[in-house]
Design a protein around this ligand. Structure first.
Ligand SMILES: *Cc1c(COP(=O)(O)O)cnc(C)c1O
Length: 447
């Protein structure tokens, strides 16, 4: 049945007409249970029909406040006008030729934008793929081809994806790895920097990691070190100042490549184009995805030209990689970030969130820390008596906020972090309302 495009703007206010899930959502949930595996789990117990600004509307007419952006994807909004226009125009021209068969301009234009925007030094090359995990896999392939070495080091609390190779790089067992082994060989894990928990300065934490890299792997075996400049799924962990600079210095001096996984932190999310910029580091390779294309599936590996050119012709690619519709969306999203001043908007959002959360923290010792940058801020919940991570409290608060129509995500290796990833198009009013629902739920929850 043809569905008419929504003509009116979606009202930017929260509204619950039913408890969640409402009757239509319950029917869909029942259908889902019959045909979709339990392993594919959803956070919100309802089904979306429309999204715009800071609101997602569900099948029962409920309007939810979006503090998740589909996991940091729709930073420019879920139907940003420039993205919609680019996609519509491209779909009418052609949907696919395969860049490896008959190339098209959009792919090259996205690569040019990434060469301008990413903090990779010198001449750059970009290869496009479909998902974040696929980008990480290809960064590893390129690093091995260029260095002739095999070992890859990742950090505690890392998240790099769910494919076979990227599961090995990911730290957390349940639900990402449990039962899915054996894992890819020549992947090593070293300690990172988690100031709240390790109390180390950036230099001290880097010295600890470098000692492990040197003694347990050896630079002569190590192709690359991969790290998220702010760890995402692991708990929005911002490494202590100087940590990243020291790790990248060691890598450079020892002919080890440094891969910045900016899949969650990239494209204005943190208030810069890339979070690497805060620490002034220059990665050899950068992986991007999520916020790159306004909701369309696209990912990229951008790296120094001589590294990226180490793979033989035909060694990189894929049927759909850099799909023309996704490229058109990316060009629309990048233009939106530039024209609408979304780097500055992300910093304003940081201000609103941090101000709200720190004022609550002053009277609630269960909030151990408020941390993050831009529109990527989280708070970590503990038992103030023991200092232990409180996953039960975190889950209960997130659930209570969801029941009241606020899309709320958690993260952290110990499941005790509530993370905020609003679209950059959300109004301050909606953002404050969403935050208030969450912190009121915290105040009302005793476990
Ligand atoms: C989400 C994420 C990935 C994986 O991306 P997918 O598109 O889900 O495969 C990899 N790295 C980081 C840092 C991520 O946040």
């Amino acid at each position: 049945m043809p569905v008419a495009a929504p003509s009116s703007a979606l009202p930017q206010s929260r509204s619950l007409l039913t408890t969640l899930p409402g009757p239509r959502a319950q029917e869909l949930l029942e259908r889902q249970r019959q045909v979709v595996p339990a392993g594919v789990a959803s956070t919100m117990p309802t089904f979306a029909v429309r999204a715009e600004g800071g609101i997602v509307e569900d099948v029962d007419g409920n309007r939810l406040i979006d503090l998740g952006s589909g996991i940091a994807v729709t930073s420019v909004g879920a139907s940003a006008p420039r993205v919609v226009a680019g996609v519509q125009q491209q779909v009418e021209q052609f949907t696919h030729t395969c860049f490896m068969v008959t190339p098209y301009e959009g792919y090259v234009a996205v690569a040019e934008k990434l060469a301008d925007l990413t903090p990779v030094p010198g001449p750059q090359r970009t290869a496009l793929f479909n998902s974040g995990a696929e980008a990480v896999e290809n960064a590893v392939k390129v690093a091995r081809a260029y260095t002739g070495k095999q070992a890859i080091a990742a950090f505690d609390h890392a998240y790099h994806g769910r494919t076979s190779l990227t599961m090995a790089l990911t730290a957390k067992n349940k639900p990402y790895k449990n039962g899915f082994g054996p894992f890819s060989p020549e992947i090593y894990r070293v300690a990172g920097s988690y100031p709240l928990r390790d109390g180390l300065s950036g230099a001290e934490a880097a010295a600890r990691a470098i000692h492990q890299l040197d003694r347990q792997i050896g630079a002569n075996n190590l192709a690359a070190v991969i790290m998220e400049p702010i760890q995402g799924e692991g708990g929005f962990i911002v490494p202590a100042p100087g940590f990243l600079a020291e790790i990248t210095r060691w890598c450079r001096e020892n002919d080890v490549l440094f891969i910045a996984d900016e899949i969650q932190t990239g494209f204005a999310r943190t208030g810069q184009w890339f979070a690497s910029e805060f620490e002034d580091i220059q990665p050899d390779l950068i992986t991007t995805a999520k916020g790159i294309a306004g909701g369309m599936p696209l990912s990229a590996v951008t790296g120094r030209a001589e590294i990226m050119d180490a793979a033989l012709p035909g060694g990189l690619g894929g049927t759909y990689g850099g799909n023309p519709v996704a490229c058109a969306a990316a060009l629309g999203a990048i233009e939106t970030i530039m024209e609408d001043g979304l780097l500055g908007r992300a910093r304003e959002i940081e201000h609103v969130i941090v101000e709200h959360l720190t004022s609550v923290q002053r009277n609630d010792a269960r909030i151990a820390e408020v941390r993050g940058r831009g529109a990527m801020v989280a708070f970590e919940l503990i038992n103030p008596t023991t200092g232990a991570p409180d996953a039960a409290l975190t889950g209960a608060v997130a659930q209570a906020a969801r029941d009241q129509g606020v899309i709320t995500l958690t993260c952290g290796t110990d499941g005790n972090v509530i993370r905020l990833l609003p679209p950059l198009t959300i109004s301050n009013e909606l953002l404050r309302e969403g935050l208030t629902v969450i912190t009121d739920a915290l105040a009302a929850t005793t476990i």
